[in-house]
Design a protein around this ligand. Structure first.
Ligand code: FES
Length: 147
């Protein structure tokens, strides 16, 4: 049995070799990660205000800019959730996707990401999007990377 088969048998996602077509999405994620890292190192408790609360009613989804980082907000009865707005597969704008059962479906190739943690529910994407902690204070929605 190969290592890939063993990993699949154990419920672990087998490693997929990166292809040239993956490079743009990987570079984007590295750049975003570096920016996130810089922010969290400078001020780990710092929330970034991204939107006035009334601009995101329950059931709404909105793309915002958090100091140059595109972030997708979604609000339901449980509150506001936030994930990276760029698909990790090939860089599609997730704000143009469809919401379903607390997940967002990419408009280009159908990857599905969980809004709670950014995880991949369905490929072809293999990397999660960044998930953010959210806060509503003084009528403003703010986010910061989850610890
Ligand atoms: S760009 Fe999102 S699934 Fe391909």
């Amino acid at each position: 049995m190969s290592g890939v088969e063993e990993a699949a048998d154990e419920g672990v996602r087998p490693f997929r070799q990166l292809e040239l077509r993956d490079v743009p999405a990987v570079v984007e994620q590295l750049e975003l990660g570096m920016r996130h890292g810089a922010e969290s190192l400078d001020a780990p408790d710092h929330f970034v205000t991204v939107l006035d609360e009334p601009e995101l009613p329950e059931g709404a989804m909105k793309r915002v800019d958090a100091k140059g980082i595109p972030v997708l907000l979604y609000r339901d009865a449980n509150g506001v959730r936030a994930i990276g707005a760029i698909c990790t597969h090939r860089g599609a704008p997730l704000d143009q996707g469809k919401m379903k059962d607390g997940c967002i479906e990419c408009p280009w190739h159908g990857s599905v990401f969980d809004f709670d943690g950014g995880g991949v529910v369905k490929g072809p994407a293999t990397f999660p999007v960044t998930a953010y902690e959210t806060r509503i204070k003084d009528g403003k929605i703010a986010i910061r990377p989850k610890a």
